[in-house]
Design a protein around this ligand. Structure first.
Ligand code: FE
Ligand code: FE
Ligand code: ZN
Length: 272
């Protein structure tokens, strides 16, 4: 099983610190942002202790996932912001390669003042401008909060079908549940429908989160494993599903009283 969590990236140890944080959770996977998730300021890769970190990653056979900053918006109706996001993403892909990852999780975009359909078309156009690389872009399943695109499998399929290189999916349990997919009472059909529409082989990452809100709430507020409306049994089912055993699973659950819950939550999920 490949399982880990979101980890930090901070001075003075940077990537080495991120890897050590993951190891302290007994994780064999980790996900990080190459800088603050809510802004696009990035340090040169040369300052992030990459070679030391890559050795540790190799030694401990870790899977490294990168998450693009969530303020990028490939669907922005504002052309300048869209171009900025495209260019940032091109740079980000280079950073992802340099730090030794080949999975980049991306929130597809927000349609804002446009229609959903216009938003989807702008995402297609933007991703075609970003272009293909060795880094696999995993479009995240979204909750449909505000004007988020891709809260339905069909919307992800539309993008995948219309971009001229292969795209993949990051399946977030909290987001899909909040979007209205009943993982709790209709587990088999949710994945059957994903398989029919997109194909299960497109999933290259899971985000394993419980949800503070109810089915179809379109809220996107993560809860600790077993403390929310999805519950432990369903999350355990995803984590232990033999079809997904080799797919990295990343926890993005909230800290409890300022303390990361990941070591305990990972242990709980592995034990099943
Ligand atoms: Fe995300
Ligand atoms: Fe997520
Ligand atoms: Zn989320």
């Amino acid at each position: 099983m490949i399982i880990g969590s979101h980890v930090g990236l901070k001075a003075p140890d940077f990537l080495v610190g991120s890897v050590n944080e993951a190891l302290s959770y007994n994780a064999n996977a980790l996900m990080l942002y190459t800088g603050a998730p809510q802004n696009t300021l990035r340090k040169p890769i040369s300052q992030l202790k990459v070679s030391e970190a890559r050795e540790l990653i190799k030694k401990h056979e870790l899977t490294l996932v990168v998450h693009a900053p969530y303020i990028l918006n490939l669907a922005s109706p504002d052309e300048e912001k869209r171009l900025f996001s495209i260019n940032f993403l091109k740079q980000e892909i280079k950073r992802v390669e340099e730090i030794g990852s080949n999975i980049l999780v991306l929130h597809p975009g927000n349609f804002m003042t446009n229609t959903l359909e216009e938003g989807l078309n702008l995402i297609v156009d933007s991703l075609n401008k970003v272009g293909s690389s060795n880094v696999r872009i995993a479009l995240e399943t979204m909750s449909g909060k505000g004007s988020e695109c891709c809260f339905k499998f069909e919307q992800l399929k539309y993008i995948i079908d219309n971009v001229n290189y292969p795209l993949y999916v990051c399946f977030d349990t909290c987001h899909t549940f909040d979007a209205g997919y009943d993982l709790v009472n209709d587990y088999d059909n949710v994945f059957k429908s994903f398989d029919e529409i997109i194909g299960l082989d497109k999933i290259i990452c899971f985000h394993i989160n419980d949800s503070k809100n109810v089915l179809a709430s379109h809220k996107d507020r993560h809860e600790n494993i077993g403390k929310g409306n999805i519950g432990f049994n369903t999350l355990k089912k995803v984590v232990h599903d033999p079809r997904f055993i080799n797919i990295p699973k990343i926890l993005e659950t909230p800290y409890i009283d300022g303390v990361a819950p990941y070591k305990e939550e990972i242990e709980l999920l592995i034990k099943g």
